[in-house]
Design a protein around this ligand. Sequence first.
Ligand SMILES: [Zn+2]
Length: 262
Amino acid sequence: MSGSVTVTGMVLSSMPVGDYDKRLVLLTKERGKLTVFAKGARRPNSSLLAAATPFVFGSFQLYEGRNSYHMQQAGVRSYFTDLPKAQPEIYYGFYFLELADYYGQENADESGMLNLLYLSLKALMNPSIDNRLIRRVFELRTLVVQGEYPQVGACVSCGNLERLTAFSWKKHGMLCPLCAPLAQDAQKLDAPAVYALQYIVSVPLKKLYSFTIKPKVQSQLDLVVGGLMQQTLERKIKSQEILDRMTGDTVRLIPIRNPTRI
Ligand SMILES: [Zn+2]
């Protein structure tokens, strides 16, 4: 197959190639994650100069060659121009892009991940939403999009729907007071933290960033979601290490290997 195709998506990363070109990774609605060459994109007068940059969201006209995609034109809808100037928000932003890259697959439907990414970057630019909350919401909701999220609506051991009081990474979900003592790694949670986890997993995307939490609830969310990410990611995410170093967000956890899925 060869010819032109127009896709909607976001530039996740950009690498210089040769003297004037760039190799981009795009997350697109129509074709999933794509590697795209942008010829001449580093020339000052190139029409692709502004578009071939991380965080750019828009429509891209690509030429589909035998083995690779080449960018022909770009219609930028949003640059998130203020994000690269914002600290520490930019570190969160790069981490979100790398996480989307980690999970992205060619020819998969990535519209869910693309929408989540777009809304989360917008949330980062909103000073009234705490960055730490945005991070945990983005991480947990990413696990939802990828189908790897824990059971938070009922006790993972007995199915009890009420009085969920603890979380177990090994059992991958919430526990009731009867089942919690039987799990080695049960972490007690306050009711608002349980509610926050349920809210993030189930609420429609457009309402995702419409709540705030108290510092104690944030600490419990950090613990649960930080642990889930440690458990789930199979390799280190470089931008996550940088983010943790810059913000001191690291959660100290006992490493959990080979979780039991129920
Ligand atoms: Zn139970």
